[in-house]
Design a protein around this ligand. Structure first.
Ligand code: AMP
Ligand code: MG
Length: 422
């Protein structure tokens, strides 16, 4: 039987094709304690001004600046200290001329006061068992007062929908009383590994067999991308059994990833399974390395990814074609991997007939970012994945690259993303 001829399409075109079938996001409301690493399904709004009252940035004395008008180094002015307020307490007394309030950082400014003098510039003492203080400096109106609403005005949009919740976002959520947070629901993605050679992690190695690492790698990539992985299991290369299981799984999942069996080998059953399912194949050959056999198909509104069995190809196929679909469902507007420029740290002599995505990591040398290969650059290799935090992009139609050449690098652990792929 002659192998089928497939026409490779550019990576950008393949991305565009899957994005036409992307799933739309939905939201759920969860307790603030559980919202880390999720994405906002609504913007964070300032529900009140910050600060909500005029407050002191220092420990010191609140007073009327006009009382210090004629003060000099030799002619201090004396104040009667009429109240003492700590943060969280509300001043009850209004200041009259030559009266001051002892005030702590974060406490509300009393009525009548228009400035705060730090302890360091005041002299405190007692007279007839009553507290007094004196100051030798002129104070300005408004000096050392954090004005109500000076940081944030009520109604302001502080963080956009789709933003990844980091500790700072969580601080804002709590500031404004978001006890419950509306976040994007994690899309659920089913995973099936195919291959008669596969053993499960708990099984001892046997001649001719390998352990199924793709399923675990992919579930981990799904989680990193913000989805929920549902590992269905592994299938031997047997048509009927595989078809039935995939058909059944598709009834329950919106997106199904299979690994293996998408090439043109004798036991590569996925093309036949797509046919039997009546799924429309969007592409089955991409002008890229690794992962040129990466396949995507649609059945109704459901996306099926047939990722290569080769671990590195499988990994890259996920990051390029599945991750943006997940990010879209999470309301991220920048669905693509963050892209930076870096200086190649070593020679890469291989020519690149197709666009090459090289497993890499970056290092910093002063202001310069260097891109390093994370291991052997072959699609069947697993060892280069553990150190990979980035994918170097070497455009198709180029010869080898040299140390110190400038290359594009896609960052795998970033949460901001990019609006366009390249
Ligand atoms: P395939 O795409 O099915 O032709 O598989 C290509 C290569 O990837 C073969 O050497 C397989 O043994 C290997 N492979 C397939 N599936 C997995 C898996 N789940 N985990 C690790 N390696 C795999
Ligand atoms: Mg196989």
């Amino acid at each position: 039987m002659e192998a089928e001829r497939r026409k490779p399409i550019p990576v950008e075109e393949a991305i565009e094709k899957v994005m036409r079938y992307r799933v739309e996001g939905s939201s759920e409301t969860i307790p603030i304690q559980a919202c880390d690493h999720r994405r906002l399904a609504e913007p964070v709004m300032a529900r009140h001004p910050v600060p909500a009252f005029d407050k002191s940035p220092y420990d010191g004395f609140a007073l009327r600046s006009e009382d210090t008008m004629n003060v000099t180094q030799d002619n201090p002015v004396e104040f009667e200290v009429i109240e003492h307020i700590g943060a969280g307490h509300v001043p009850k007394k209004r200041l009259k001329p030559r009266q001051a309030t002892r005030i702590m950082t974060g406490a509300q400014i009393p009525e009548g006061a228009d400035c705060v003098a730090m302890f360091e510039v005041c002299q405190s003492y007692e007279k007839n068992a009553k507290p007094y203080m004196s100051i030798k400096r002129k104070m300005q109106t408004g000096q050392n007062i954090i004005q109500k609403g000076s940081e944030i005005i009520e109604g302001e949009v502080l963080v956009e929908k789709g933003t990844w919740i980091n500790p700072g976002v969580k601080a804002l959520l709590s500031t404004f009383g978001y006890n419950m947070v509306k976040v994007a629901k994690k899309p659920v993605i089913a995973v099936i590994a195919t291959g008669t050679e596969l053993l499960e992690v708990n099984e001892p190695l046997e001649p001719g067999k390998i352990r199924n690492s793709n399923a675990y790698m992919i579930t981990s990539q799904i989680e990193r991308a913000g989805g929920t992985a549902k590992y269905i299991g592994k299938l031997p290369d047997e048509l009927d059994e595989s078809f039935e299981k995939i058909k059944l799984t598709l009834e329950e999942a919106d997106i199904l990833i299979t690994t293996g069996g998408v090439s043109v080998g004798d036991y590569d059953l996925m093309p036949e399974i797509y046919k039997k399912l009546g799924a429309k194949v969007l592409f089955n050959k991409i002008a890229m390395r690794p992962g040129s056999v990466t396949t995507a198909a649609v059945k109704g509104s459901k996306l099926l990814y047939g990722l290569s069995g080769n671990p590195s190809a499988c990994y890259v196929g996920f990051e390029l074609f599945v991750r943006p679909v997940i990010q879209h469902a999470l309301y991220n507007r920048n669905i693509y991997l963050k892209r930076i420029k870096a200086v190649l740290a070593e020679d890469f002599p291989k020519p690149n007939p197709f666009t090459r995505f090289v497993r890499s990591y970056i290092s910093y040398d002063g202001p310069t970012v260097h891109a390093h290969l994370s291991g052997i650059d072959k699609s069947n290799v697993i060892s280069s994945l553990a150190n990979a935090t980035a994918l170097m992009v070497l455009p198709g139609g180029t010869r080898g690259f040299k140390r110190n050449d400038i290359v594009d690098v896609l960052l795998l652990n970033d949460t901001d993303g990019e609006q366009h792929f390249l």
